[in-house]
Design a protein around this ligand. Structure first.
Ligand code: S3P
Length: 438
């Protein structure tokens, strides 16, 4: 779906304080687990992004009563989810629509694998191009049947009440795949284990514990046992560090900038961007929230302040990629301001909401950047100032926002086509950008 174009003017600096929207990854997980828990859960700070609305829409299509009980204000949404209990979802009356959201279709498939009815899930043009064999293979091994269009959505899932536990080694580092298998594993008779080559974000593990489930971890192996029920509970979603990253990076890019990010998630599987920014020279203070530095559900949070310093060159190695996977487009944008950046081992970027390697290289080059595209990464040299110009975000939210951050350092304005895609994770993005111009 093409959305409106936005014209971004260069900025001298950015200054101010931002409270980012509720974390997208955590919002999905809290809603999904609340839906299969016993009793009523209240979730505050639920992401305002369209992806998290897709999860709620699919859950409602499966008979879950979800009410919006609070404002759409700075702290995100407040929702109440009346859980249907384990295996309590209802057969949907029509095809479920996950919109643009890979997290929704993959994680929900793990839950539907354990429901003894047929459900079909589809999504928008982008989602219908994304690879699903990575979840189809393990979920079929556990006992579900899943039809797909050559490994892509729509998926038609025939779930089974009796899932077998699984010992699984994903071929790709993916928290969505790990989560789909663990969620199915809750419904299996025995222990399900996921062995990861590289650790990915652990929000599912933390959320499961918050809902009363025991999750074991040994190195990069995570395991759960089949359970009888999940306990409903009230939760607050911390701010999304992947959304905050756009402001952290704008501040690191523009001389004289200083931005404070409040109430942001500091889960160590997500803070890779802080390490990369420090290597690139930015001055960053991270202050964990008082107390244990984590919320009641075990998600660390706090405040991050970023101040500009002269940018240095760095490289991101394959082992570091899962911890910065969603920040790579905006880190490429940063490197156009100064420093330079090379990334390898990031082939997964090609199967995100767009082929992010090709689209980034094309868009940044149109703005005047010196960028090389590789099969599994890219290299940006900060040899010249961008001109600005016209770019297409290709309906990819992170590209729309990354191009906007690159545009701040250009000599002239940049028109970003399809910039409305930002609403997938950060509907307030362009308004916040204008408020930070000093
Ligand atoms: C996510 C995991 C990552 C990430 C996506 C959200 C999650 O995808 O890119 O934006 O919430 O688990 P993969 O698990 O496919 O790498």
């Amino acid at each position: 779906m093409a959305t409106e174009a936005v014209r971004v003017q260069p900025a001298a600096r950015v200054r101010g304080r931002v409270r980012p929207p509720g974390d997208k990854s955590i919002s999905h997980r809290y809603a999904l687990l609340a839906a299969i828990a016993h009793g009523r859960s209240r979730i505050r700070g639920y992401s305002t992004g369209a992806d998290c609305a897709s999860t709620l829409r699919c859950l409602r299509g499966l008979g879950v009563d979800i009410r919006e009980t609070g404002p759409h204000g700075e702290g995100g949404l407040e929702i109440e989810v009346n859980g249907r209990g384990l295996r309590g979802l209802q057969p949907p009356l029509s095809e479920l629509d996950a919109g643009n959201s890979g997290s929704t279709i993959r994680m929900l498939s793990g839950i539907l694998a354990a429901h003894p009815f047929r459900a079909s899930i589809t999504g928008d043009d982008s989602l219908r191009r994304r690879p699903m064999r990575r979840i189809i293979v393990p979920l079929e091994r556990m006992g579900a049947r899943i039809l797909s269009s050559d490994g892509r959505p729509p998926l038609t899932i025939d779930g089974s009440l009796t899932l077998a536990p699984l010992d699984f080694r994903p071929d790709v580092p993916s928290a969505q795949v790990k989560s789909a298998v663990l969620l199915a594993g809750l419904h299996a008779d025995g222990t399900t284990r996921v062995h990861e080559a590289l650790a990915t974000r652990d929000h599912t593990e933390r959320a499961l514990r918050a809902f009363g489930i025991e999750v074991a971890r040994a190195g990069t192996t995570v395991s759960v046992r089949g359970v009888a029920s999940l306990r409903a509970r009230d939760l607050v979603v911390p701010g999304d560090i992947s959304s905050a990253a756009f402001w952290m990076i704008a501040a690191a890019a523009l001389p004289g900038s200083e931005v404070e990010i409040a109430q942001v998630g500091l889960n160590p599987t997500r803070t890779g961007v802080v390490s990369v920014l420090r290597r690139m020279g930015a001055r960053i203070d991270v202050s964990p929230a008082p107390g244990a530095g984590a919320d009641e559900a075990g998600e660390p949070l706090g405040t991050i302040v970023v101040r500009y310093e002269r940018l240095l060159e760095t490289r991101i190695a394959p082992e570091e990629v899962p911890g910065v996977i969603d920040e790579l487009p905006v880190l490429a944008a940063l490197a156009t301001h100064g420093g330079g950046l090379s990334v390898s081992g990031a082939g997964e970027l090609r199967v995100k909401e767009s082929d992010r390697i090709a689209a980034l290289a094309d868009g940044l080059r149109r703005m005047g950047a010196d960028i090389d595209e590789q099969p599994d990464g890219f290299a940006v040299r900060a040899s010249r100032q961008l001109r600005g110009g016209e770019v297409d975000a290709l309906s990819d939210h992170r590209l729309a926002m990354a191009f906007a951050v690159a545009a701040l350092g250009a000599a002239g304005p940049t028109t970003i086509h399809d910039a409305g895609a930002a609403a997938v994770s950060y509907p307030e993005f362009f308004a916040v950008l204008e408020s930070l111009r000093a």
